[in-house]
Design a protein around this ligand. Structure first.
Ligand code: NAD
Length: 359
């Protein structure tokens, strides 16, 4: 297994990468110094992931000397709620989860965010292990400590920054993932190429077919590179006061599309794909980005099977932008590309520019 360290002083933790390594999760946890006192482990997952990987995880934890118990929520974003958290707190209390216990988040971004939120708040915080099982969660959401549940009035409105003790990645679990989910996760990897690493972008162009076919070497390379970029950015700015905002490339318009369609039409990565093209178009309009680089981005997203245009009227998108969580004084922020591998934050993008780009 390869290891990468997220460097956050006393909150530092390893990300472990492998293929077919899920059965060694317990062993990897037992080897971690802070986890050595832990007996009770609360595994939180959903019905789908639980039916595929629950037994392997439970067996691995028992083999390593832990006493695991298990909760399966139904599958779906709507279960990333305070109501689900409440059920999980009850299960935690009933099963004797104490301060020296750990929560294992087994699943995609929904399980990771929800279980992370429970770990952050139960008894003011217990140990957290992220075991991401979607590509989106492996390249993005499991690293960096953002945990949250949704509120009926807004997504991810209730949450915290809470770093795990370990992120444990097995690329082989992606074999059972729907192709649409693979494509949506790929959007975030493409995002990492654009914001920080032109070589990663070129690699994605050259190896796209292998990645979509889940060939292990290409997939592992992309996951490790993406995690390394996220880890470096989070180490620089854990609580999003500075450079971490750059991870929002494609998200200003992306979040607007998700909100306008009530989170029912687009997977998160699909909305971000459209948002990245719109941001690139704004950058071209400002003379910041070469047209040919925007075309390369658009072409790669299309090849990955991701949407790059929408039929929603541009005014509707513009009207919802000031409601974005990250808008400052009612003005939307935009992360715009300057090249394939470099972006910057802009808070002076005018309505006309956005209109022109979306149209
Ligand atoms: N914390 C962060 O930094 C961060 C970043 C980006 C997104 N997010 C959050 O992540 C969530 C989206 O995550 P997601 O796209 O992983 O969705 P998800 O967790 O709903 O997973 C997508 C689907 O794949 C299924 N699945 C998961 N792993 C599988 C596997 N190995 N085999 C077969 N099926 C599997 C799930 O059951 C689900 O149906 C959103 O709630 C979003 O807000 C968080």
């Amino acid at each position: 297994m390869e290891t990468l360290q997220v460097d956050l002083k006393e909150r530092s933790y390893p990300i472990k990468f492998g293929a077919g390594n899920l059965k060694y999760l317990g062993e990897a946890m037992a080897a971690l110094q802070p986890i050595q006192q832990v007996k009770r482990v609360f595994v939180i997952t959903n019905e789908r992931v639980g039916s595929l990987y629950g037994d392997i995880v439970l067996e691995s934890l028992k083999q390593a000397g832990f006493e695991p118990f298990y909760y399966q929520l139904p599958d779906g974003e709507e279960y990333k709620s305070l109501e689900s958290a409440d059920k999980l707190y009850t299960a935690a209390i009933e099963n004797g989860l104490d301060r020296q216990s750990a929560v294992v988040a087994l699943g995609g971004g929904v399980a990771g965010d929800l279980a992370g939120f429970v770990a952050a708040t139960y008894l003011r915080g217990v140990f957290l292990i992220q075991v991401p099982t979607t590509l989106l969660a492996q390249v993005d959401s499991s690293v960096g400590g953002k945990v949250a549940v949704n509120h009926p009035l807004g997504k991810n409105m209730i949450g915290s920054f809470y770093q795990p003790q370990l992120v444990f990645i097995d690329v082989r679990v992606l074999n059972t993932l729907d192709l649409r989910e693979v494509r949506a996760g790929l959007a975030e990897a493409i995002k990492y190429g654009v914001i920080r690493d032109g070589d990663l972008f070129s690699y994605l162009e050259e190896h796209l077919e292998q990645i979509l076919a889940l060939e292990q070497d290409a997939l592992s390379y992309v996951i490790q590179k993406s995690c390394a970029i996220k880890a470096a950015i989070v180490a620089e700015d854990e609580r999003e006061n500075g450079v971490r905002i750059l991870l929002n490339f494609g998200h200003t318009i992306g979040h607007a599309l998700e909100a306008l369609t009530s989170y029912r039409i687009y997977r998160h990565g699909e909305a971000v794909a459209v948002g990245m093209v719109a941001a690139a178009q704004i950058a071209v309009g400002r003379g910041l980005l070469k047209e040919e680089d925007k075309n390369r981005l658009e072409k790669l997203l299309k090849r990955a099977g991701l949407p790059t245009t929408v039929t929603i009227p541009a005014v509707e998108i513009i009207n919802i932008l000031p409601r974005d969580k990250k808008a400052r004084r009612g003005k939307p922020h935009f992360v715009l590309p300057l090249a394939l591998g470099e972006v910057d934050l802009f808070e002076d993008v005018e309505k006309d520019e956005i209109l022109a780009a979306i149209s």
